[in-house]
Design a protein around this ligand. Structure first.
Ligand code: E4P
Length: 246
């Protein structure tokens, strides 16, 4: 299992890369919008420079910002041309209001562009985008779990169940991961990225349910390392040694 960092913040990226525990960075337009206003491509170039400086083969995912399919292809090609980073992946949303973007993924992957299919919620979205050529398929873990309860989407949730597209427990992201793994058997090069992670427990459960890569914020990744008994043990070692040295 590999960890990626989910951010566009340069200082978080540098800290995580120095720590040596991440193998990739994922961004999205909302994460970019949290950073000071800048040129999109120039900001990504700074991320890829850091990736090249501190790591080896660090994957960097950036997302298109259009729902027009011709424009998505144009943006993806222009990112690759301008950023010139070997491990760049372009994120394409799996679907939007009835418009499937699988043909965009196929076109880009046929042209040698690494695709990260994003915003997936179901095993079939993940599997079909792998079939269309996506190297990475991203499941939004906590956003899916939220969808089970959100009042805002009550009508859509019930309609999806009534149509036979999903069943009641298909909002459990761990179940979705467990079901996706066998469906990806014919696409061994595709890796599942689990995003929308909020706690260390989410990381552990997502990984044990079959996620190949978990992407999370620096705060969540750092929280995964802390434990009060670790602190207590280190305190005791230092105290015992200081007493012995007296
Ligand atoms: C993944 O690639 C996405 O950037 C991300 O994890 C979305 O998560 P959020 O629900 O924390 O915004």
């Amino acid at each position: 299992m590999k960890l990626f960092l989910d951010t566009a913040n340069l200082s978080d990226i540098e800290e995580a890369l120095k720590g040596g525990f991440i193998r990739g960075i994922t961004t999205n337009p909302s994460l970019l919008a949290k950073e000071p206003k800048a040129n999109y491509v120039e900001h990504i170039k700074k991320i890829t420079e850091l990736a090249g400086k501190y790591g080896k083969d660090i994957s960097v995912s950036i997302e298109v910002f259009s729902n027009d399919q011709k424009e998505m292809v144009k943006q993806a090609e222009s990112f690759v041309k301008q950023i010139k980073y070997k491990h760049l992946a372009v994120k394409i949303p799996v679907n939007y209001k009835g418009q499937s973007n699988l043909s965009v993924m196929k076109e880009l992957s046929d042209r040698g562009i690494t695709v990260n299919c994003t915003a997936c919620m179901t095993p079939l979205q993940l599997m079909m985008s792998a079939a269309a050529g996506a190297k990475y398929v991203s499941l939004f873990y906590c956003r899916l779990r939220d969808a089970e309860k959100e009042d805002l989407y009550k009508v859509e949730r019930e309609a999806l169940i009534a149509s036979g597209a999903v069943e009641v427990d298909d909002y459990d992201p761990n179940k979705v991961l467990r079901e996706t793994v066998p469906l990806l058997a014919d696409y061994p090069k595709t890796e599942i990225i689990v995003g929308s992670i909020r706690t260390p427990l989410d990381i552990k459960r997502a990984a044990l349910s079959g996620g190949h890569i978990i992407t999370a914020s620096l705060k969540t990744l750092k929280a995964s390392l802390t434990h009060f008994k670790t602190d207590d043990s280190v305190d005791r070692f230092l105290k015992d040694f200081a007493n012995w040295m007296k």
